[in-house]
Design a binder for this molecule. Structure first.
Ligand code: AMP
Ligand code: ZN
Length: 278
């Protein structure tokens, strides 16, 4: 009988193969947050590339958010990159004009602002450094939570993006999510089993919005056998049926990064932050 670690790696390997997440010659930046999910994603990607002998360059990438906990987070990311035996690129969001303490005071949810900042820099920096893809630790529970939220919010077209491989377009770099078929609890068990260090609560704001949704997913999984796998198969099929977004991307008037509006969400956020009193 296969061990948990073997079964887990097998599931992630199958996602990499079925959805063709890696190609010869790829330069993949693995976005590490210091948590269990991205740590596990990085570990399995590295293992896959080494075992299969694929000509693929893997680099760890971390954005220091400038929060009180960020130093400690960066230290854990350094330990993870060392264990993965890959180089690490770090950046400070402060160098791009972001002050999280001020962003937290804006009359908009901090998690959505933080998401704007991370998506922006996770696209800009790896692309400028020659990456072809960015890998994240998004996993089945994340997609199930987003799925319910988008159904409730009527944002059906967003579900089209719920796939393990989001192809790149113009200045938007391709994104891969190898943990599409595994959940948060499995990622934790995997990191604990292989001795990969991670922080439990890397984000001091995490409890504000998202916590309850993950508890709901956990509850449903406890009541309905095979809930995660069946939901993910259904979501992936639905994503294929939905039409691709027709929004045309252009370049932000201020910074030149891809956006669907005149000025991108990141530039608007930094502008709004300037108006917050210190
Ligand atoms: P989150 O939006 O915090 O759930 O994070 C989703 C994914 O984004 C994680 O699994 C990581 O791959 C990546 N990520 C989040 N925060 C950071 C960070 N500070 N630096 C690099 N990657 C990050
Ligand atoms: Zn911009």
């Amino acid at each position: 009988m296969k061990s948990f670690v073997e079964r887990y790696e097998g599931k992630v390997f199958r996602v990499i193969e079925k959805f063709k997440l890696l190609r010869e010659g790829d330069k993949v930046f693995i976005a590490l947050s210091g948590g269990k999910d991205s740590g596990a994603a990085g570990y399995v990607l590295v293992k896959y590339v080494r075992e299969k002998g694929i000509d693929c360059e893997l680099t760890a990438f971390h954005m220091n958010l400038g929060l009180p906990s960020s130093k400690e987070v960066e230290e854990v990311v350094k330990e993870q990159a060392k264990k993965l035996n890959i180089p690490l690129v770090t950046c400070n969001v402060a160098d791009y004009g972001v002050d999280m303490a001020k962003i937290a005071q804006l009359p908009r949810p901090i998690c959505s602002s933080c998401g704007v900042i991370k998506r922006y820099l996770m696209n800009k920096i790896p692309r400028e450094m020659g990456a072809t893809k960015v890998a994240t630790g998004h996993h089945a529970d994340d997609f199930i939570v987003f799925f319910f939220k988008d159904i409730l919010g009527g944002n059906f077209s967003w579900i089209a993006k719920f796939t393990p491989l989001l192809p790149g377009k113009g200045k938007s770099i391709a994104r891969i999510r190898p943990l599409f078929w595994v959940g948060g609890r499995e990622n934790k068990e995997f990191c604990d089993s292989i001795g990969l260090p991670y922080l439990e609560d890397a984000c001091p704001y995490a409890h504000l919005e998202r916590g309850k949704w993950y508890e709901i997913v956990e509850y449903m999984a406890s009541k309905q056998p095979d809930f995660r796998r069946r939901m993910m198969i259904g979501i992936a099929k639905l994503a294929e049926l939905l039409p691709e977004e027709t929004q045309t991307l252009r370049e932000c008037e201020k910074c030149g990064e891809p956006t669907s509006t005149k000025v991108c969400a990141f530039c608007r956020l930094v502008q709004a932050q300037k108006e917050v009193k210190s």
